[in-house]
Design a protein around this ligand. Structure first.
Ligand SMILES: Cc1cc2nc3c(=O)[nH]c(=O)nc-3n(C[C@H](O)[C@H](O)[C@H](O)COP(=O)(O)OP(=O)(O)OC[C@H]3O[C@@H](n4cnc5c(N)ncnc54)[C@H](O)[C@@H]3O)c2cc1C
Length: 385
């Protein structure tokens, strides 16, 4: 039997695994990570790689390792001048990923990796039985659910229609294998992923790219105010009712926003005619003569050979079979919004821990981010000391 099993080997699962090993809460042969990908962080690397994100949005003290300055020190030894950007010293994606890989190597996370999709969790007599879709079974004392947003990508209604019309010309930007771009191209969305992809494509296909958003650019340096990372806002948050917490989280997240430097880059590219920006809702989409023909509510028409949806994730994170089944069987406590009610160690019930979206009623608006993974790892490791 294992001491620890972690479902999900993304940023969160790997951070928790690395902390458990480095803090000596467990050892290699007592730990497993189950994830459908062949190696750690595959989805993070795919998503950030495809949109061409050069720098992270978060500062250099947000990473997967235990010591706060680990990434900065790694940068000093192996990085270059340009590996940290701007006032907040945001790390380059390249350096961040190299640092992750070095941590994965040091903690031997590939050795504890099991490729599979968790599909069933059963409470036994003082331990958990976990089963994957392909029937592999594991027994563990402690279980951590770090499955992120559970691979649920969001498409607007007309996006599903576009996919039916020409599936090989439409992608969500976080699809495992997005379609190859062919101009003219439309990027749907007004947030940071849409912005990065628009910049990348405007350079590759100058004059052939349109970004279509529901709103003008919203400028915020971070996903949420840095006050949410510490006592400034979190002291008040911890005293709120669960409903108030949910409302506060929704208001605190700067959804669909971009940092100022990206706004400046976009402005220059737009001035040079490399791409155009439109605001509106799609009214109709048709596919004729190898191209999509789109009409907006404003009457504006556009044509595209490729459409990319940078429309984020579905809010239905909890609507996942293994979670619904577990909640029912174990009578697990959920708030009105459907998300887990957990204790300060992020424990949903004895020896069952969560992170990411599932921990946000305890960790607040930054729970899904990299700093949320660091906080989750701290709370979970302190539970098992
Ligand atoms: C493009 C992009 C840029 C971002 N930039 C930043 C940034 O600069 N700073 C910041 O702090 N945050 C950033 N974020 C937000 C956040 O840090 C990431 O989304 C982070 O990857 C979330 O990690 P995760 O482990 O919760 O989820 P994921 O990375 O989605 O990993 C979850 C893993 O669980 C697996 N899984 C799902 N279901 C199961 C199952 N049933 N069984 C087993 N495994 C399962 C998935 O396959 C996946 O591998 C960014 C996000 C994106 C998309």
């Amino acid at each position: 039997m294992l001491e620890w099993l972690i479902a999900g080997g993304g940023i969160h699962g790997c951070t928790i695994a690395a902390h458990l090993l480095k803090q000596k809460n467990t050892s290699q042969n007592q730990l497993k990570i189950i994830d459908p990908n062949p190696e750690p962080l595959a989805e993070w690397k795919n998503r950030t790689g495809f949109i061409g994100m050069p720098y992270l949005r978060s500062p250099g003290v947000h990473h997967l390792d235990v010591k706060p300055f680990s990434l900065k020190q790694y940068g000093k030894s192996y990085g270059t001048e340009t590996d940290f950007y701007g006032t907040y010293r945001r790390p380059s994606l390249y350096l961040f990923n190299e640092h992750c890989d070095s941590l994965i190597k040091k903690t031997n996370l590939k050795e504890v990796w099991h490729e599979g999709m968790l599909s069933l969790i059963e409470k036994m007599d003082g331990y958990w039985k976990v089963q994957t879709k392909s029937g592999d079974q594991f027994y563990t004392k402690n279980l951590v659910i770090s499955t992120g947003v559970n691979q649920k990508l969001f498409l607007p209604e007309w996006g599903h229609t576009a996919k039916k019309l020409a599936a090989n010309r439409v992608s969500h930007v976080f699809d495992k294998q997005p379609v190859k771009p062919e101009g003219p191209i439309i990027v749907i969305g007004g947030g940071i992923s849409a912005a990065h992809l628009t910049i990348k494509l405007a350079r590759q296909f100058p004059g052939q790219v349109t970004q279509l958003s529901r709103h003008p650019y919203r400028i915020h340096d971070f996903d949420s105010d840095p006050g949410w990372l510490g006592p400034k806002y979190m002291n008040g948050f911890s005293k709120l009712s669960l409903n108030e917490k949910r409302n506060t989280i929704s208001k605190a997240r700067n959804k669909g926003s971009i940092p100022r430097d990206l706004n400046n880059k976009l402005h220059h590219l737009k001035e040079k005619g490399r791409y155009s920006f439109a605001i509106g809702e799609v009214e109709t989409v048709q596919y004729k003569a190898d191209a999509f023909h789109i009409k907006l509510g404003t009457g504006q028409k556009m044509t595209a050979k490729t459409i990319y949806f940078a429309t984020g994730f579905s809010p239905e994170v909890m609507n996942t079979d293994f979670l619904s089944d577990l909640i029912k069987k174990e009578n697990l406590q959920c708030a009105h919004c459907g998300f887990p009610i957990v204790n300060q160690h992020l424990e949903w019930c004895d020896h069952l821990f969560v992170s990411g979206p599932l921990a946000e009623l305890e960790l607040g608006p930054s729970s899904r981010n990299i700093i949320g993974a660091m906080k989750a790892a701290e709370r979970i490791t302190s539970a098992s000391c």
